[in-house]
Design a protein around this ligand. Structure first.
Ligand code: 2P0
Length: 321
């Protein structure tokens, strides 16, 4: 690859304590901190090349993205920020991104894409930015991208500064080799309501949103202790409760958003039933219908049997770490 081009990979991350609501929309500054786990080899590979063309080009899975598409606009807005930050004048880029998971199906693909793009630009211009700086940069593309510059557990601290200089993620350096995340995929198409839109409506109109910061603070404290102690039941139950609270807020919003479909609801009931029978299985759900199962390796084969009717991708998140 010439020095006119660079490429990087960043993993998808799944929030165990969610980011839901911004205090500054332009800078993607969150109301609360959040905590995630990255999915190892699952994520986006993004390459960026300097081109001699009047406009930027964006390719998703080797297909040109039309300039009318919201994804194109989002990427170009981010490139504009880079041109200003790195003093690049009118330099134009071709950005090629490929995710090895379904795009925009609530699987945090914009997070891994913008994190990978930030890493690739850092390489291309030999900026040697620290991971903290890269996390801040990725955050400007998509809030949750701040967490995708790391593997393992990461905590994105909300920060307080109006300019966002203290709003970045850092790694929580505990591994948990027995932990498994199972992606239960019901729908791999683009979601109708973007998380940005749903978040905005929630912060403006949900009457319970004022309770969210305090809830997240409590969940974060409990989650950090659970990670440290490998306390699976606490990790699973807090992650599940946190997701259910987030989705409840979206439903109590004008206009309301429901990301679940009939498979989501069926599987949530099935998880609860399996748990009542003694199986240690929990879920979380993001801005899409798919569920992320949380379990331990000893229950892996049983869980695969119970969900054999669905597409389930099991991830051994700490493999190779
Ligand atoms: C999260 N989500 O913590 C939450 C939970 C979805 C549900 O962050 O507007 O693409 O780019 O900051 O990061 C997805 O929203 O939104 C998200 P923007 P983003 O993972």
């Amino acid at each position: 690859m010439s020095k006119e081009e660079a490429s990087a990979f960043a993993p998808v991350n799944i929030a165990l304590v969610k980011y839901w609501g911004k205090r500054n929309e332009e800078l993607n500054l969150p109301v609360t901190s959040s905590l995630s786990i990255s999915l190892g080899n699952y994520g986006a590979t993004t390459s960026v090349k300097i081109i001699d063309a009047p406009v930027d080009q964006v390719l998703l899975d080797n297909q040109f993205v039309p300039n009318t598409d919201s994804f194109y606009t989002r990427v170009v807005k981010f490139l504009e920020l880079i041109r200003n930050k790195f003093n690049l004048g009118n330099m134009r880029f071709q950005v090629k991104t490929h995710s090895n998971l379904p795009i925009a199906a609530g699987l945090a693909s914009s997070a891994s894409g913008f994190a990978a793009l930030s890493l690739a630009l850092n390489k291309l211009f030999a900026k040697n930015l620290s991971l903290e700086e890269l996390s801040k940069l990725a955050r400007r593309g998509s809030g949750s991208a701040a967490r995708s510059v790391y593997q393992g557990f990461a905590l994105w601290q909300a920060g307080q500064s109006p300019d966002g200089q203290d709003s970045f993620a850092y790694p929580i350096n505990y591994t948990w080799p027995k932990l498994r995340i199972g992606l239960l995929i019901f729908n791999a198409t683009k979601k109708a309501t973007s998380s940005t839109q749903a978040m905005q409506a929630t912060t403006k109109t949900c009457p319970f949103y004022k309770l969210w910061p305090q809830i997240v603070d409590e969940h974060l404290q409990i989650m950090l202790t659970a990670i440290k102690n490998h306390d699976f039941i606490t990790l699973g139950s807090i992650a599940e409760t946190n997701a259910l609270y987030m989705h409840s807020m979206m439903q109590a919003t004008i206009p309301p958003t429901i990301y679940a479909n009939e498979h989501t609801l069926q599987c949530i009931k099935k998880i609860w039933e399996l748990r009542s029978l003694g199986l240690n299985i929990y879920f979380t759900q993001d801005a899409g219908p798919n569920l992320k199962l949380i379990y331990l390796d000893e229950d892996s084969s049983l869980i695969k049997q119970h969900f054999a009717a669905y597409q389930l991708i099991e991830i051994d998140v700490f493999q190779g770490l």
